[in-house]
Design a protein around this ligand. Structure first.
Ligand code: SAH
Ligand code: SF4
Ligand code: F3S
Length: 468
C-alpha cells in the first residue's frame, strides 16, 4: 500500500544527505515523500545534538507530532514517529522515557535497517543505537537520483563519517562513532550517477572530511587524490568539500586548490578560537599561528580563495585577553563568511566537566562583539563583488517570477532575472547589488549560452529542499 513519509531534518549537511538516503531505503517498501507531517504514515525526525538548543528542539517537535498522532488514531489510523540522527544516538532510551509515544529511536548508523526496525516497532518502542560492525554504506541502496540531497543541481555526497579527533567540547565522536572513509569506487560511482541525473556541483561531506583515506584501485587515496579523480567526471562543473580540520589540511590538498579547476575557491576551515590556551584546552592540536600559516599557503596556491570558519565563544576558562585574540584573528583573516556560537556544555564531553564555565552574560557579550567583526568582513567581502562578473551556477527559482537563484564560486547566493531553463547552467553575471547574505546581478552582455536541451533536468524533478 502507498504510504507517506515525512522526514524533518535538523543539524548539518550530513543529516540532509542521510535524510535523502532514508527515503531511498523506504521507497521499495511503498513510502513516497510528503511535504508535511500532516497525513504522514511515518514521520522521522533526523536530529542534531551539537548544542543544547538543537537537542531541545526535538522535544518541542515531538510534542506537536503527538497531537497529530492522536488525531490520526481517532481516525483509526496509525502514525509512526521515529527519532534518528545524533539525539537518537546520544539519548536512546531516554527519548522513550520523555516521549513514550515515539515508536522508534535509532542512531545514524542504523538507517539501512529501517524496514526491519519499523516492523519491530509495530509492537511499540524500539531503540537501536548499536554501532554495527558492518558499514551502513554497504547496505544502503544506491542513491536513486530522484532523491538527491541538496538542490539537485548542487548535491551532497557523504564520503567520510565519524570523527577520531575528540575536541573536548564536541559530541560528534560519540554520536557518529569512529572515523570511516568510503572506498573510492563507491564515491566515484555515486558522483557519476548524480551527474547523469543533472547534478553540476558536488559537495563532498564528512565530519572531518580532509581526514578522508579511502581504499582505491591504486592504494589508499587522500582527499586530494579523490578530488583529482572526481574532477575527471565529464559534466561535473564544481566540487567543494566540508568540514575540514586545520590539523588534517595536507600539502597535497592545498596544492589541489591551485591545480584543480573545478575545485571551487572557497574553504570552510573552522578555527574555533584565536587563543593558543583555549585551542589547547579544546584539544584542537594546532596553534593560532599554525592556522595563519595554513591560510597563507592556501592563498599562495589560490590567490582568490575565500574563507569561512566556525567560532566558539565562552569556552571554559576563556579569559578576556584570550577572547581578544579571537577578535584579532577574525579581523586579520577577513573571513568571507563565518558561524559563531556560544559554548554549550554537552553531556559526556570533557569540557562540560570543567569548573571554569563562563557566565551566560559574558558569552552573550562576546558573541555580539565577535559577530560584529565577522559581519563587517562578510559585508565588505560581498560589497567588493559589485561591478565584477562572476560565473553563477543557477540552482533554483528565486522569490520573484522569471528570477533564478544561484551561487558564485565563493558560495554567495545570487539572484538574477533569468528564464527557468537556465537552471543547471553556469552563466556570467555582473554583480549589481550586495547585501549581507546575498548578491543580485544581471546577465553579462552577450554571455547567455543557449540552454542545452540534452541536460537531463526537468523543472518538475527538482527538490526544493534547502539545508538549514
Ligand atoms: N567537524 C567540524 C565541526 C562540526 S560541528 C570541525 O571539526 O570543525 C560544527 C560547529 O559547531 C563546530 O565547528 C563548532 O564551532 C560548533 N560546536 C560544536 N560543539 C559545540 C558546543 N559544545 N558548543 C558550541 N558550539 C559547538
Ligand atoms: Fe567535533 Fe569536528 Fe572536533 Fe571532530 S574535529 S571532535 S567533529 S569539532
Ligand atoms: Fe549535529 Fe550530528 Fe551533524 S550533532 S552537526 S547532526 S553530526
Amino acid at each position: 500500500m502507498a504510504k507517506k513519509l515525512y522526514v524533518k531534518t535538523f543539524g548539518c549537511q550530513m543529516n540532509v544527505y542521510d535524510s535523502a538516503r532514508m527515503a531511498d531505503v523506504l521507497a521499495p517498501h511503498g513510502y513516497s515523500s510528503a511535504d508535511s507531517a500532516e497525513g504522514a504514515d511515518l514521520v522521522i525526525l533526523n536530529t542534531c545534538h551539537i548544542r543544547e538548543k538543537a537537542a531541545e528542539k526535538v522535544y518541542s517537535e515531538l510534542g506537536r507530532l503527538n497531537i497529530l498522532k492522536a488525531a490520526r488514531r481517532a481516525e483509526g489510523r496509525r502514525m509512526y514517529i521515529a527519532v534518528g540522527g545524533c539525539v537518537g544516538q546520544a539519548e536512546g532510551k531516554e527519548i522513550l522515557r520523555r516521549a513514550p509515544f515515539v515508536d522508534l529511536v535509532m542512531g545514524p548508523q542504523s538507517y539501512h535497517r529501517l524496514p526491519d526496525l519499523l516492523r519491530r516497532a509495530e509492537a511499540g518502542g524500539v531503540v537501536d543505537t548499536e554501532f554495527p560492525s558492518e558499514s551502513k554504506f554497504d547496505h544502503l541502496p544506491e542513491e536513486s537520483g530522484a532523491t538527491a540531497s541538496g538542490s539537485r543541481v548542487s548535491a551532497f555526497l557523504t564520503i567520510q563519517e565519524g570523527c577520531d579527533r575528540f575536541c573536548t567540547f564536541c559530541v560528534v565522536p560519540y554520536t557518529r562513532g569512529a572515523e570511516f572513509s568510503r572506498p573510492v569506487a563507491d564515491v566515484e560511482n555515486e558522483a557519476r550517477r548524480l551527474v547523469a541525473y543533472g547534478t553540476r556541483e558536488i559537495t563532498l561531506l564528512g565530519q572531518n572530511v580532509n581526514a578522508y583515506h579511502g581504499a582505491g584501485d591504486t592504494g589508499e587515496f587522500s582527499l586530494a587524490r579523490l578530488i583529482h579523480r572526481l574532477a575527471e567526471i565529464e559534466g561535473l562543473q564544481r566540487l567543494r568539500y566540508t568540514t575540514s580540520h586545520p590539523r588534517d589540511l595536507s600539502a597535497d590538498l592545498i596544492s589541489a586548490h591551485g591545480d584543480v579547476a573545478v575545485l571551487m575557491p572557497f574553504l570552510h576551515l573552522p578555527v574555533q578560537s584565536g587563543s593558543d590556551v583555549v585551542l589547547k584546552a579544546m584539544n584542537r592540536q594546532h596553534s593560532a599561528d599554525d592556522y595563519r600559516r595554513l591560510i597563507e599557503k592556501l592563498r599562495a596556491a589560490r590567490p582568490d580563495i575565500a574563507l569561512s570558519s566556525d567560532f566558539i565563544v565562552g569556552f571554559p576558562g576563556e579569559s578576556d585577553a584570550a577572547f581578544e585574540e579571537t577578535l584579532t584573528l577574525a579581523r586579520e583573516i577577513e573571513f568571507a563568511q563565518a558561524f559563531s556560537f556560544k559554548y554549550s556544555p554537552r553531556p559526556g564531553t570533557p569540557a562540560a566537566e570543567n569548573e571554569a564555565q563562563i557566565p551566560e552574560a559574558v558569552k552573550s557579550a562576546r558573541l555580539a562583539a565577535l559577530q560584529a567583526v565577522l559581519g563587517d568582513s562578510q559585508a565588505a567581502f560581498n560589497a567588493n563583488m559589485i561591478g565584477r562578473t562572476l560565473p553563477v551556477l543557477f540552482e533554483r527559482p528565486g522569490r520573484h517570477a522569471n528570477q533564478l537563484l544561484g551561487r558564485t564560486p565563493y558560495a554567495q547566493s545570487v539572484h538574477a532575472e533569468l528564464p527557468a531553463e537556465y537552471r543547471g547552467h553556469c552563466v556570467d553575471i555582473v554583480i549589481t547589488e550586495a547585501h549581507t547574505n546575498s548578491l543580485a546581478g544581471e546577465v553579462a552582455p552577450g554571455s547567455l549560452p543557449a540552454p542545452t536541451s540534452d541536460a537531463p533536468i526537468s523543472a518538475e524533478s527538482f527538490d526544493e529542499g534547502q539545508p538549514a
